[in-house]
Design a binder for this molecule. Structure first.
Ligand code: GMT
Length: 375
């Protein structure tokens, strides 16, 4: 199959899912065409089966806002015509599903049928898409996609409730690649990061307000009073300075490593004992699943799709948003009980196996086949 994949190229769940899915589909013999404004971050190699098409938006002084969706829809038409694309899979509704619809209509004029699969990732629905300025266009794009998937049941239900959509939404969860577990578990240089008696706690996100990174450092502040430990903060974003300043002001910045954006996520998870995800909203929580695959139990909130991934008392523990006291107490309990920690680590990994990339790729291939049949 020749598959076009539209995604955001930056660090963050939806781009990572789209890129890893494309790479896996290419390994199965499909021809994959990534279309984005920059090469996606995890797209670290190009092969005969993988293409990247960059969308340029030229600067023009008349425009206060550069019309990205116009440039994207035009590019989509070119790519579909030049490479005979069979199906287009867009990740994140805004503006990708909208641009895909425009491309589909333009192609109809050339008697070309372009089936469109849209995957909803979360913030495109719950935060941005929900805004009155975008809502009509998002509802329209969902209802006019040929096939729609959401990454969790929670997101499916939220989408139906917020937009009152007519389109059937199928749940295809996010996934992890266990070959990375094997690869990185061998090279776990834990002693480079912390001395042996210290426990390592980690957090990975884009440091947007929704991630509540201040809660992360406040939880750690309590934990370090009882347990010798170190906190590794991976990622970058608007709340990073706030979190760093808090740690400095409270006198424990020495025990916190702010790594910024890095590709070395699996290396960090490899030596982590506990992962914190106290988000205010999370349609799925891919970062938690990646931690679980690397045998790291998760202390998280109980919002959105997180309970579909992190199982309370099995793979970690779930709390209400902002329950810093509860999350700190539980972290201390887990980290001071080696048997409990060992049990949680094993179950975290076991549960992550329900989200193996091989199975999820088959679910997407099935979705493509159904779409092609029905359009
Ligand atoms: O979490 C973010 O802010 C990034 C965002 C994205 O679009 O990349 O993540 C969303 O999609 C991920 C992949 O499907 C999910 O794992 C995240 O839970 C979801 N984030 C939110 O719903 C806040």
């Amino acid at each position: 199959m020749k598959i076009g994949i539209v995604c955001y190229p930056t660090y963050g769940g939806s781009g990572v899912v789209a890129t890893e899915l494309g790479l896996a589909l290419a390994k199965k013999g499909n021809e994959i065409h990534f279309i984005s404004y920059k090469q996606p971050v995890r797209l670290d190699f190009l092969s005969e089966k993988i293409f990247f098409h960059q969308v340029y938006v030229p600067d023009y002084p008349l425009f206060k806002f550069q019309p990205y969706e116009l440039a994207l829809s035009s590019k989509l038409v070119d790519v579909v015509m030049n490479y005979n694309i069979d199906i287009l899979h867009v990740h994140y509704a805004i503006p990708h599903a909208y641009a895909a619809y425009m491309a589909k209509k333009m192609l109809e004029g050339n008697s070309v049928n372009l089936p469109v699969v849209t995957t909803l990732h979360g913030t495109d629905i719950t935060l941005v898409g929900n805004h009155p300025f975008y809502k009509n266009a998002v509802k329209f794009s969902i209802d006019n996609s040929d096939y729609v998937t959401a990454v969790s049941n929670s997101l499916k239900v939220q989408t139906e409730n917020i937009f009152n959509t007519k389109k059937k939404i199928e749940v295809i969860p996010n996934f992890v690649d266990f070959s990375k577990h094997k690869l990185h578990n061998k090279n776990c240089n834990r002693d480079l990061i912390a001395s042996n008696e210290k426990k390592i706690i980690s957090h990975v996100s884009n440091f947007r307000p929704v991630k509540r990174v201040l809660d992360v450092v406040k939880i750690f502040q309590q934990v370090r009073k009882k347990i010798p430990s170190k906190l590794i903060m991976v990622g970058d974003g608007p709340d990073r300075i706030k979190a760093e300043s808090y740690c400095a002001k409270m006198g424990f910045i020495d025990d916190v490593n702010f790594l910024g954006n890095t590709e070395m996520i699996y290396e960090v998870l490899c030596y982590s004992d506990l992962f914190l995800l106290p988000s205010e909203a999370e349609s799925f929580g891919l970062a938690a699943l990646e931690a679980m695959m690397m045998e790291v139990p998760v202390i998280s909130t109980n919002v959105g799709g997180i309970p579909e991934v992190n199982k309370d008392k099995e793979t970690g523990f779930l709390f209400n948003i902002g329950d810093i006291k509860g999350m700190s107490k539980k972290s201390i309990e887990i980290l001071s009980n080696e048997n409990q920690l060992k049990r949680l680590k094993a179950r975290a990994r076991l549960n992550a196996k329900k989200f193996k990339i091989e199975d999820v790729v088959e679910m997407y291939l099935d979705a493509y086949k159904k779409t092609l049949k029905s359009t």
